[in-house]
Structures are given as C-alpha cells and as structure tokens.
Ligand binder design. Structure first.
Ligand code: SF4
Length: 356
C-alpha cells in the first residue's frame, strides 16, 4: 500500500453531480427451475425522480431484492429479464458491459446488507475508498484521500479512523463506512438493500438517520429495499409495496401509510405500533406468499386477505389511482375506510379469509 497522504493535500470535494431519474416499466424476472418457470418479478413499474427517495417494501421472498438486483444488472446469468430500466433515459438492461462499467458507482451505487462483504479485510478502509476514487476519477491519491476524509466526516466517523482495518470497526461503523464508499464517486442514485438488517435497533436508527440526511443534503436519488415498513416511514418520500412479485400499492409515503387502500398494506402497518403517533396493536398477517411457480388466478393476496370474495379469486385487480400519485391493486377502493377499521383489530386476521 502507498504511504498515507496527509490532511494538507489539496481538497477534492464531493462534486455536484446531479441526481438521476429512474423509470422501471414492465419489469419481469423469471428463472427456469426443475419444477417449471419461477416468476420472481411479474410486471413491476417504478419511478424515482431526481433527488427523490423511494422505499420498496415487502416480506421476504416478495421479489423486492430481485428488482434491486435487476436495476443494477447483478442477477445471475440464467435469469430471464424483460422490461425497461431507464436511468436518465438510457436503458440499463440493454447496455454493453463497457457502458455498465461506466455507470456503476458513478450513476448507480449499492449499499448492501452485509457491510463486511463490501470491505476487504486486508486493506485499510481509507485506502479502499481512495483507490476506488483514483480508479474512476481524474484525481490523484492525495485528493482522493482528502475526499475520503470529507466522506468520513459526513457519515460521522473521525477522519483518523480511515487508517483502520475493517475488523477494528463496530458493525454500525462498518455500515457507515460502506455508505461513505457508496457516496465516494458521487453516484446520482443510491440503492440501499436492507442496509440496517444486521444492526441492533440503536445502530439501525443512527445509520438510517445518516442515510436520510446524506440523501437530502447531497440531493441523491435513492431506492431503499426493506422488509420493514417503519424504516420506510422514517426515511422515504415515496413507497412501493410489493407482494408476490408485483406492486400492490404505491404513492407518497405519508398518504399510503396514513390511509392505505390495499389490505396487505393495512396488515403491514399493523406490524409496528406508532407510525403516526397512534398506539397500534402489533398484529402479523397469517399465511404465506403464494407459490410463484404457479401463481393463483385473481388477486395474489386473496388466500391471506380477510376481505376476499369469489370475485377476488377469479379476477386480477389492476393498479388504479385512489389519490394523487397513490395507486392500489384492490377491487374495493370504496370500502377501504371500513377495511382499515377492521384491519386494526386482531380478530380480523385470525379468522379464515373468504368471508367477504
Ligand atoms: S382484491 Fe380482494 S383479495 Fe385482493 S386485496 Fe382486495 S379485497 Fe383482498
């Protein structure tokens, strides 16, 4: 490793590279497996305007991480991907390997679940960040080191800790170092996939607060992939709720969580007690995701929905607008207020669905 530059090197500040826009339309991801064709993502549309933050939320296996990986072109070779992923108008799914290398980290950056995997244990953290900057930008090592110092200050880690190795950091500090690394090349869109799952709740709050502050201060666009709707409530302006490979509800976070129109969102909302200062009973949604090798006809949530009818099991509900920018895929938007009242009661989720 080269000698450590000093703090007197000329500054190479984080530049004002503009945030990017992302339009995902008709995204489908399938895999051929022994038992047939698995439709992991089945027609997803998403929109992130420059500087906006979108939370992509749903339970494990709903397809949210697959959407994230498809946007970054990080899916395995055997994945069959259809649709469009427009990053500032250019389709990521149709880019050559060279074009992809150009946009990775400079337009699109990833913060992963496991910070330890993103950091090489045998190199000092500052060297890893500086090397990555030197490799991608026309800066010398001193300037790159200076930017690494600036980034550490931004994420709340003392600059002298740049000389430490990953094992000398706590879990929360490692995760913040990974965020600094993701920000190091000024990517216009940050994709954070369960960035706080491995952390305890105090660290989770701190890291989320950092991500939110940085996204706003540096006006980056962001997609936060998480199973935890409370995290989205704290962090994102917009939310898209996924169930069984599809978006079931989306819109401004405040509107979707205050007045959900889809019973699945109503159920998710019960999983945490105080979204809007109300005391809410903790209730989980019984049942499992449907088999994506053979998805059911009609509404995919019908087998777990306390309000399902025969019509739900026969006809697939389309996403329809229920408020400004607020979409929901449920046949009964006019009954949403009554559903919300019933969904807040534990007994609603413990009786067999299908009573209508
Ligand atoms: S369409 Fe029917 S089953 Fe699906 S969420 Fe609405 S009420 Fe429930």
């Amino acid at each position: 490793m080269p000698a450590q530059p000093t703090a007197t090197a000329s500054a190479a500040p984080i530049s004002d590279r503009p945030p990017v826009s992302l339009r995902v339309s008709g995204l489908r991801v399938g895999y051929r497996v022994e038992q047939g064709h698995l439709r992991a993502v089945d027609g997803v549309d998403l929109e992130v305007n420059p500087g906006e933050s979108l939370g992509l939320v749903g339970e494990s296996g709903c397809g949210k991480s697959t959407v994230g990986k498809a946007i970054l072109r990080l899916l395995p070779e055997d994945a069959r991907v259809e649709g469009r992923v427009l990053l500032d108008g250019d389709d990521v799914l149709r880019m050559s390997a060279r074009q992809l290398r150009q946009i990775r980290w400079t337009k699109l950056a990833l913060v992963t679940q496991s910070a330890m995997n993103a950091l090489d244990p045998v190199y000092r953290i500052g060297d890893q960040i500086a090397e990555s900057i030197v490799a991608h930008e026309d800066l010398d090592r001193r300037q790159a080191w200076r930017r690494a110092e600036e980034l550490f200050t931004l994420v709340g880690i003392p600059q002298e800790r740049l000389r430490d190795y990953p094992h000398q950091f706590s879990g929360g500090m490692r995760q913040r170092a990974v965020i600094a690394m993701a920000l190091s090349l000024n990517a216009g869109l940050l994709l954070a996939d369960e960035p706080t799952t491995a952390l305890d709740s105090i660290m989770q709050d701190q890291v989320l607060a950092q991500i939110q502050r940085l996204q706003r201060e540096l006006s980056r666009s962001m997609i936060l992939v998480t199973h935890d709707i409370a995290v989205v409530a704290e962090t994102c302006e917009k939310v898209a709720v996924m169930y069984a490979g599809r978006i079931t509800e989306s819109g401004p976070t405040a509107a979707v969580l205050a007045t959900p129109y889809h019973p699945y969102t109503m159920g998710l909302r019960n999983a945490f007690p105080t979204i809007d200062g109300d005391r809410r009973e903790l209730i989980s949604i019984p049942g499992n995701l449907p088999n994506l090798l053979d998805p059911p006809t009609g509404c995919r949530f019908a087998s777990r929905c306390p309000f399902s009818t025969d019509h739900c099991r026969e006809v697939d509900p389309p996403l329809i607008e229920v408020g400004p920018g607020h979409l929901s895929a449920c046949h009964y938007p006019d009954q949403a207020a009554a559903f919300r009242d019933r969904a807040a009661q534990r007994s609603t989720w413990t009786t067999d669905p299908g009573g209508g």
